[in-house]
Each structure stands twice: as structure tokens, then as C-alpha cells.
Design a protein around this ligand. Sequence first.
Ligand code: RP5
Length: 171
Amino acid sequence: MSQAIVGIIMGSQSDLRIMKEAAEVLDDLKVAYDLTIVSAHRTPLRMVDYAQHAKAKGLKVIIAGAGGAAHLPGMVASITTLPVIGVPVKSSNSIDGWDSVLSILQMPSGVPVATVALDGARNAGILAAQIIATSDSALFSRLESFKQSLQNKVEEAASQLESKGWRQSLH
Ligand code: RP5
């Protein structure tokens, strides 16, 4: 396994069902990552330690997911200069998900967190890969193939729909 360049962290084990989607897409794109639990509220000193040492251990991007009062991405971004992608998770302590979206999204000027959609861990993984691909041409090519596959799927579905008609396409 090569050196991790993306760090995936989450506030609780209960976030893994969502956050695993970032890991899965990074596996597909052959981007090395490490993944662990770091809680802003329950292990604040572990969070500080993680953020302070992230660059030195070789990470280039951090993906941080949390639910409810989701302070992890913003607090990590306040400590490190690495880009941080925040994933709002709809969790057991969420009111409706907006609480975690707004906790991560509404950062003060000077401390950005690139916030993806509610439970949008897959997009966080893709965005992390895109950031790294700006200086990795092989990864850039893999991402171009990935984008092409998205286009192909829609075009195949459209031509099937057009040839079979919408009633048949429901089955
Ligand atoms: C947040 O509280 C975590 O990120 C998780 O989404 C939520 C619930 O945590 P658990 O009570 O399931 O550990 O800090």
C-alpha cells in the first residue's frame, strides 16, 4: 500500500456508513488514503494532533465528515493549511440534516471548508482526487475516463428511452 495522500476522518463510527463512499471512490481512482475516527467534541486533543501532523505525514487533502453540531471539518481547517472538504452527515442527532450542512458550510472569512451535499461523501472523494490530479497527470487521465463513463451512462439511457419508449423503459 502506498503512502496515504488523502486523510478521511469522521466524528463517530456511526458516520462510516456514509464516509465509506469517499474511500470506495478513492479505491476506484487508485488514490491512497487513510481513514479514522476523530471527534471534535469527544476527542478534541486528538483532533488538534491529527490536524497539526497531517501535512508532515504526507496528506495533501483532508475529508472530514460529521453530523449534528458538525464542528470537525471547520476546526480541522482552522488548524491546518491543507484543503479540507466537509461532508455533512445526516446522523442520529441531526434535526433534519440542515444543522450539519450549516455547521460545515457557514465558515468565517479566511477559513474555508469545501462543503459537499448532505451525505455527499462520494463527491468529497472525487473532489479530493481532482485536487490531487492538478499535479498528477496519471490520476487526471483516470478522472477524465471516469467523467466519460458518466456521460456514456446517460447517453445509453437516453438512447434506450428514445428507442423503447418511456413505458418499456420503466421495467
Ligand atoms: C457527531 O455526532 C458525529 O459525527 C455523528 O455524526 C453524530 C452522532 O455520533 P454518535 O452518537 O453516533 O457517536 O459528532
